[in-house]
Design a protein around this ligand. Structure first.
Ligand SMILES: Cc1cc2nc3c(=O)[nH]c(=O)nc-3n(C[C@H](O)[C@H](O)[C@H](O)COP(=O)(O)OP(=O)(O)OC[C@H]3O[C@@H](n4cnc5c(N)ncnc54)[C@H](O)[C@@H]3O)c2cc1C
Length: 352
């Protein structure tokens, strides 16, 4: 078991992709499960709350910092086994997500290829049911191994108990902070065809002259499209680099509310996607643009990405307060124009 080295007042901004916010009151690196269990016991014995930090790509830390023990997860290891006609890949929570996706694509295991280029670590993927370009991890998650911080016990939760929904799960919605994900098992299809559920990807492949795309072709197409939107963090010097990706969820409304929003639009073309439960999903990016905000628009040291309407970018000198004030301006603008309140996607740590 690794010794628990608890540090105090550790700045969190450098550990997040947005790069703003204060320090963790307490901080520990956990390289194995025993360290996570010990950190939880340490926090519980002192009545201190526990926060888990992965790659910091979906978290906004308050300027005043966070009064908690922040556990930075570094658990590594990937295993695979065949199970019937499938392959089950189990990755530790601290594995970099995109490395796992690349490996599965190289091995010809279908199921994660559209999720190429998403920053962060494996352990966070079930938390908001990470998704992009026609796939979500809930399509392939078979089980989640997690520490129940309340009981101190480790449990293996089948997908049915994870309560997955659009950018949501029971971990995020029902009992936030209760479970520390230690490893995730994905059930993939060896030799399976890639998912082609997204028009942008199909168009990109057609432009490249790819008729029967492989998993690798789809991965490369997704990476290229994402790079064009500054949605891959591998371009040094990209002025849109410091973000959390999409800052707002696409609103899902009941039919009446969606119709009311559409009625307030002068254009008949408001994008609307009917959902299986009868509700209707709207495009947060479309609402922001049609409420009068433009890509690249700045409010002091923060602004909208010049390549992606949903990304709020922090520039030099930005503070979390600037990010939140700008986010509220966008929310207020959309609400005034369409009567729809946008919900933030990233998790906020600290007092607002
Ligand atoms: C440029 C960019 C593009 C993005 N594109 C997408 C996209 O296409 N689709 C998408 O869904 N998301 C996207 N995101 C958001 C983000 O990358 C994902 O949500 C990612 O899964 C977060 O991983 P992380 O390790 O960085 O989590 P963190 O930011 O460290 O944590 C996020 C939340 O999850 C919790 N958490 C993290 N790890 C664990 C764990 N092991 N156990 C329990 N709780 C945990 C944290 O406590 C926190 O509440 C994007 C972000 C950026 C910056």
């Amino acid at each position: 078991m690794s010794a628990l080295e608890i540090r105090e007042h550790v700045p969190l901004a450098p550990l997040t992709t947005l790069g703003v916010g204060g320090a963790a009151r307490w901080f520990v690196e956990a390289l194995d499960e025993a360290a996570v269990i010990a950190a939880n016991a340490w926090a519980r014995a002192r009545g201190v709350s526990l926060r888990v930090l992965g790659g910091g790509s979906n978290v906004v830390v308050a300027d005043a910092g966070v009064d908690a023990l922040v556990v930075h997860l570094g658990l590594r290891g990937v295993d695979s086994r065949t199970a019937g006609g499938a392959v089950e890949v189990t990755a530790a929570a601290g594995e970099p997500w995109d490395s796992l996706v690349r490996t599965t694509v190289e091995r010809g295991w279908a199921g994660l290829e559209c999720l190429s280029g998403i920053p962060g670590l494996v352990g966070a993927t079930p938390i908001q049911n990470v998704g992009a370009y026609g796939q979500e991890v809930s399509d392939t998650v078979a089980a989640v191994r997690a520490l129940d911080t309340h009981s101190g016990q480790i449990a293996t939760l089948p997908a049915a108990e994870c309560g997955f929904a659009y950018r949501d799960s029971a971990f995020k919605r029902d009992t936030p902070g209760r479970w520390v994900v230690l490893a995730v098992t994905y059930r993939l299809r060896p030799g399976g065809a890639p998912t082609l559920g997204y028009a942008d990807v199909a168009r990109h492949l057609a432009q490249q002259g790819v008729v029967v795309p492989t998993l690798g072709d789809v991965r490369q197409a997704v990476l290229a499209i994402r790079r064009g939107k500054s949605m891959v963090l591998d371009v040094p010097g990209d002025p849109n680099r410091r973000s959390c990706g999409s800052f707002f969820l696409n609103p899902i409304l009941d039919e009446g509310a969606a119709a009311a929003a559409a009625a307030r639009s002068a254009e008949a073309s408001m994008p609307r996607w009917p959902q299986p439960d009868g509700r209707v999903k709207l495009s947060a990016a479309w609402l922001i643009e049609h409420a009068g905000f433009a890509r690249g628009e700045r409010a002091g040291p923060v602004g909208l990405s010049s390549r992606h309407t949903l990304a709020i970018v922090a520039h030099d000198g930005a503070r979390t307060g600037d990010v939140l004030a700008f986010a509220r301006r966008l929310q207020d603008g959309v609400q005034a124009r369409f009567g729809v309140r946008l919900t933030r996607e990233p998790v906020f740590w600290g007092e607002e």
